[in-house]
Design a protein around this ligand. Structure first.
Ligand code: GLC
Length: 424
């Protein structure tokens, strides 16, 4: 490392330590004061470089709040805070420690395998990974049972927040079907912590809450939610994460002698990969979402359709996606924007409607490297580190100017920086 990168590394550590609450890490102070599902799994990767035991704890804490049906919730409300809306009283889930009632991209299987592979303390790693295996496996099973009831091989999300790409253009059309009547009056908190121009609109927020109210009225019974929800979308990025996690969990399970878990996950991944093919768009050179209510592909070229390179898609597909990223790179200064910059709906500062996110960059470059697309992968890492030098550890960045947007001193951004620097 150069003195310059060493300084960045130290600043990343500082952000991670500042947001560490002992057994879990908050994404950032203020805006997100609890534990978020995929934030924690990706954060553990950064932690593993300076405190392996702490990294395991991060994921163990999350999975300790798994629901009896297998779902792992998107937020665990460990401690009281008025700073976030919607809090536990809005979700109304009946859990010993309050959680939200929806899930998030299942990146745990990938993270657990990576922690295991790089662990210096082999014995502790084997023990901790072994204990996590059945939990992650149960979560994967839950997706195929509850979110793919007709056995298509792909899981649907029932709320935009499940995608992790909360405000993407991908959801606009399907989301229009969600009514806004009968939503109890509320006060948003996000716009008090971040610039309202970077955040979702009021109409969108009403719909987010309408869905929460519907699911709550159904007692959060996942056997009923899928068919009852007017919003059911198959996101290629989300499924790619699930497929990659299933593949990684299978490999890990084999190493630990848990062959049944390995078999089940290998089969899930194989079916998922075959089904992903139906989401390919030759015209866009990437994958698209499918609206499961109408059965139609959604005409929205977002980073969700770039992310499948993170799973073992056919080499030709990964190469085509790499060319699409190169094409996008002609339009923006920093890659990878979360939406096609040639689309008139591209909004450079609004959350998930164009901005670049380091977690996305991390997963995309990982997948591209695996198929030998090293130049594009290196470009993505370079862009990511330039953003940090330029603008600090923001939640996300304007891909045209590099301006920091959303929350500041952001945990998973810092964790990804450590990952990039350690790999350099
Ligand atoms: C936002 C992001 C989501 C993330 C959360 C906490 O809601 O869209 O992906 O998990 O913030 O960082």
């Amino acid at each position: 490392m150069t003195p310059e990168t060493e300084k960045i590394y130290d600043r990343a550590l500082e952000v991670l330590r500042e947001n560490d609450r002992g057994s879990y890490t908050v994404p950032t102070k203020g805006l997100y004061p609890f534990q978020w599902n995929w934030d924690s799994c990706l954060t553990a990767l950064g932690q593993s470089h300076y405190d392996e035991a702490r990294a395991w704890t991060e994921i163990e804490t999350l999975l300790a709040h798994q629901w009896p049906d297998g779902m792992v919730p998107h937020i665990v409300f460990h401690a009281h805070s008025d700073g976030y809306f919607p809090g536990p009283d809005v979700w109304g889930t009946d859990r010993p420690v309050a959680t939200s009632g929806i899930t998030q991209p299942p990146v745990a299987g990938f993270a657990v395998r990576r922690l295991f592979d790089r662990a210096r303390d082999r014995e502790a790693a084997a023990q901790r990974a072994r204990a996590l295996l059945p939990r992650v496996d149960a979560w994967h099973r839950w997706f195929y049972e509850k979110r793919d009831p007709s056995g298509e091989g792909l899981a649907a999300i029932l709320h935009p927040w499940e995608s992790g790409r909360d405000n993407s253009i991908d959801w606009d059309e399907a989301f229009d079907r969600v009514p806004t009547d009968g939503v109890a009056p509320y006060v948003r908190r996000d716009t008090q912590h971040a610039d309202p121009a970077h955040r979702p609109t009021k109409a969108q927020y009403d719909r987010y809450l309408w869905l929460v109210q519907l699911f709550r009225s159904l007692g959060w019974d996942n056997a009923r939610l899928h068919d009852a929800s007017p919003f059911r979308v198959v996101d290629p990025g989300f499924n790619a994460i699930l497929i990659r996690s299933a593949t990684d969990l299978a490999a890990l399970a084999d190493e630990l002698g848990e062959h049944e878990i390995a078999e089940a996950n290998r089969a899930r991944a194989a079916r998922g990969l075959a089904a992903l093919e139906s989401l390919w768009s030759a015209r866009h050179g990437q994958y698209l979402c499918r609206d499961r209510v109408t059965g139609q592909l959604i005409e929205s070229a977002s980073i969700g359709g770039i992310l499948p390179v993170f799973s073992a898609v056919p080499r030709q597909r990964a190469q085509d996606v790499a060319r699409t990223i190169e094409r996008w790179a002609e339009r923006v200064r920093f890659i990878v924007p979360s939406h096609d910059p040639f689309d008139p709906r591209f909004e450079p500062k609004r959350y998930w409607r164009a901005p670049a996110w380091l977690v996305m960059n991390y997963m995309i470059q990982d997948g591209l490297r695996a198929v030998g697309e090293t130049a594009v992968a290196d470009h993505i890492v370079r862009s990511s580190l330039e953003l940090i030098t330029h603008s600090g550890f923001a939640e996300y960045y304007d891909p045209l100017t590099g301006e920091p947007c959303g929350g500041g001193r952001f945990t998973w951004t810092a964790a990804m920086v450590i990952e990039f620097l350690e790999a350099a």
